[in-house]
Design a protein around this ligand. Structure first.
Ligand code: PHE
Length: 350
């Protein structure tokens, strides 16, 4: 075996068996460094000439190339291994819940909000939002309730400031319908969007609380009408209650911002203090809706000649009461531990 061949064999063996980047670095300088093995052999060229020199020179060059290539491969391999080790030791579980599973319960409102959002997203509705502290203009005027409109008295409004600016007085929104106006102004039709948020009215009994949660939906399309709304709301109710048929009552109704308008009720019965939906002859109103009034389209800056609008609103607590048998709306906001233990959802079953 020639000297070069021995060098080749030992280098390749050492590279193949090297197990750390540090050792590989040392190996590299032991071969290519100032006093490295290749450098030593190169020195011999000085005392040679002619063919001998050329041959040895070529042989050294190809050995250099071969060792360099193997070193590069090994560097890459060891770097990957060290990276894997580092990643494994620094593993962050992005799917880990931010709260431990055993801590507390999921409030039925949160659960139902998620269910509702899931269903409307599946219809291609985007999420839209508006502020809780509204102005008279967006809460009433832009929804076709000008000053002194009798419909204003339907709402027992909490005003938060006596002073008015160009949008009127500030108030806690009495419904999520102002979001319709924001959504219309911010988007070119066609439009499908929904919103979920808190609303406030001065009202308090078993079926009314001063703060509650609404879902708002608005659709703008060419050639749509009331029948589409009826289909949409029926389909939503079936999906939400996870049933093939459900008893619903569409009652002709009145809202200043829709024409025609309807209210939707679902039947239920009380059994042992629990609500059982789909049986019995009691009705709970869960939604209102209709075709968007032309004046509202105007306030939303929508071309009412080209596009029709549909809008609807649901009460989240009422949906939750019917689906999960929760009898009294007041319990939702009382922060009673026994209540949340009875009606809350554990994280594991989500
Ligand atoms: N805003 C109405 C309410 O609070 C519900 C509704 C929304 C009705 C959209 C029609 C259209 O009762």
């Amino acid at each position: 075996m020639s000297e070069l061949e021995r060098l080749q064999a030992s280098c390749l063996y050492e590279i193949a068996n090297c197990d750390s980047l540090k050792k590989l670095d040392m190996l590299k300088s032991a071969v290519f460094g100032k006093n490295g093995k290749i450098t030593e052999i190169m020195k011999k060229l000085r005392d040679m000439d002619g063919d001998e020199k050329r041959q040895l020179g070529a042989a050294i060059n190809s050995l250099k190339d071969e060792i360099m290539e193997k070193l590069d491969e090994k560097f890459y391999e060891l770097e990957m291994q060290e990276l894997d080790k580092k990643l494994a030791s620094e593993f962050v579980d992005v799917g880990m819940p931010s709260r431990p599973n055993c801590f507390g319960k999921i409030h039925p409102i949160t659960k139902v909000e998620e269910e509702v959002a899931h269903i409307f997203s599946s219809y291609g509705f985007a999420f839209a939002d508006g502020p809780d502290v509204e102005s008279e203009y967006f809460n009433f005027t832009a929804l076709n309730m000008p000053d002194h409109h009798p419909a204003k008295t339907m709402h027992d409004t909490f005003y938060v400031h006596k002073l008015a600016d160009e949008n009127g007085r500030k108030l806690l929104r009495t419904h999520t319908s102002p979001v319709q106006i924001y959504a219309m102004r911010a988007n070119e039709p066609p439009l499908r969007c929904f919103s979920i948020g808190r609303v406030y009215r001065s009202d308090y009994d078993a079926t009314h609380t001063p703060m509650f949660t609404q879902v708002e939906g608005v659709v703008l399309e060419k050639n749509i009408g009331f029948s589409h709304l009826k289909w949409l709301l029926s389909d939503f109710v079936k999906k939400f209650f996870e049933v093939k048929t459900v008893q619903m009552r569409f009652r002709p109704s009145f809202f200043p911002f829709t024409e025609p308008s309807a209210e939707i009720d679902i039947n239920y019965e009380m059994r042992d203090g629990k609500i059982i939906f789909g049986v019995g002859d009691r009705w709970l109103e869960i939604a209102g809706g209709g075709a968007v009034h032309p004046n509202v389209l105007k306030y939303g800056k929508v071309d009412g000649e080209k596009y029709q609008g549909l809008a609807f609103g649901f009460g989240i607590e009422r949906l939750a009461s019917l689906k999960y048998g929760i009898p009294d709306l007041r319990g939702y906001f009382e922060s009673n531990e026994r209540w949340i233990n009875a009606f809350g959802f554990s994280h594991a079953t989500r």
